[in-house]
Design a protein around this ligand. Structure first.
Ligand SMILES: [Zn+2]
Length: 173
């Protein structure tokens, strides 16, 4: 009789395994692939300026789940130049503003996972912005069943019309 490993159910997001186990080769960085427009990975990009991009999360926890990240490859928050931290903060602020209009959530979770131990599956620093709704079911993720009331296409079409609202005026930078 086989002994069941103690941690057999430890990895609660098995679809992320291939990202977690990937060698951290910058050439394979999914965000750098997007920013360098390698392949067609920027399909879900809703905004880009000269330093920052915003895309839909391809594996959303909730409708309207977006990612805000610098175009340049940074892994540590303490290495980000301060003006870029400010720029990213402005884009996070604008994202909240747009999502409040496009999706009318009741709240938000804004998250930054640092290091693979935290659950970060991509080392290129990126902020998750997750709108929260009445009765949304976080635990469904653990069951590997996605219950989403909106397709990525729908989310993209809702958000892309507010593209202008993300623009940061040169005068405040
Ligand atoms: Zn990168």
């Amino acid at each position: 009789m086989m002994t069941k490993p103690i941690f057999s159910s430890y990895l609660t997001a098995p679809w992320k395994r291939k990202y977690v186990e990937e060698k951290k080769d910058p050439h394979q960085c999914v965000f750098c692939s997007i920013t360098n427009r390698i392949a067609n990975l920027d399909r879900w990009e809703i905004f880009r300026d000269d330093r920052v991009a915003i895309t839909l999360n391809k594996f959303p926890y909730n409708p309207g789940h977006i990612l805000v990240f610098p175009l340049a490859h940074y892994e540590e928050i303490e290495n980000l130049p301060e003006d870029l931290v400010f720029h990213l903060s402005l884009l996070i602020q604008r994202s909240i503003k747009v999502l409040k209009i496009s999706h009318q959530p009741l709240g938000f979770n804004i998250g930054l996972n640092i290091g693979s131990f935290s659950g970060a599956s991509v080392s290129h620093i990126h902020w998750h912005i997750v709108p929260r709704y009445m009765g949304d079911l976080n635990f469904m993720e653990i069951l590997e069943t996605r219950v989403l009331v909106e397709t990525l296409e729908d989310t993209f079409n809702k958000l892309i019309q507010y593209n202008d609202m993300f623009q940061v005026k040169r005068s405040i930078l």
